[in-house]
Design a protein around this ligand. Structure first.
Ligand code: ZN
Length: 152
């Protein structure tokens, strides 16, 4: 199975059946994100215990890619510290944007695990902002920003 096929299969699966979809009442951290290019809107809720993500949920409406990305991100962030989230965000961002300039396989995408299927987002450059919206939203939430996170 090619990366592209795997990517499409994962997107369809997670967008039709998103994991951790819903609201966390009285969440410690909450962020809102909006991708005006596509119309995707997300709210992400996080709770930490012992400095690690103990609960994460998201809700919102958006395209298949933004929903699938939020769903997979929510699975990946459980158990991580804020510092680890920031480092994973950097890697994910590099992964989805480096495909735009010719696909450099030697990039340091290290322990992205299942998230590596998002390298396939390079096949659809207009969708990079959809794939990163949930991440921008989480970063804004854990930094305590009150304004809506924008992908611009
Ligand atoms: Zn979108």
């Amino acid at each position: 199975m090619s990366l592209r096929e795997l990517y499409q299969e994962v997107i369809v699966d997670h967008s039709q059946n998103p994991r951790n979809f819903g609201v966390l009442e009285r969440a410690q951290y909450q962020g809102n994100g909006h991708n005006p290019l596509c119309g995707d809107r997300l709210t992400v809720f996080l709770n930490f215990k012992d400095d690690k993500v103990s609960e994460i949920k998201f809700q919102g409406s958006g395209c298949a890619i933004s929903t699938a990305s939020a769903s997979m991100m929510s699975e990946s962030l459980l158990g991580l510290t804020k510092t680890q989230i920031e480092s994973l965000f950097d890697k994910f961002h590099k992964l989805v944007t480096s495909s735009l300039d010719g696909g450099n396989d030697s990039n340091d995408s290290g322990d992205l695990g299942k998230l590596e299927v998002f390298a396939g987002v390079g096949e659809f450059p207009a969708r990079v902002k959809c794939a990163t919206l949930a991440w921008h939203t989480v970063m804004s939430a854990i930094k305590g920003a009150r304004e809506v996170a924008k992908t611009e």
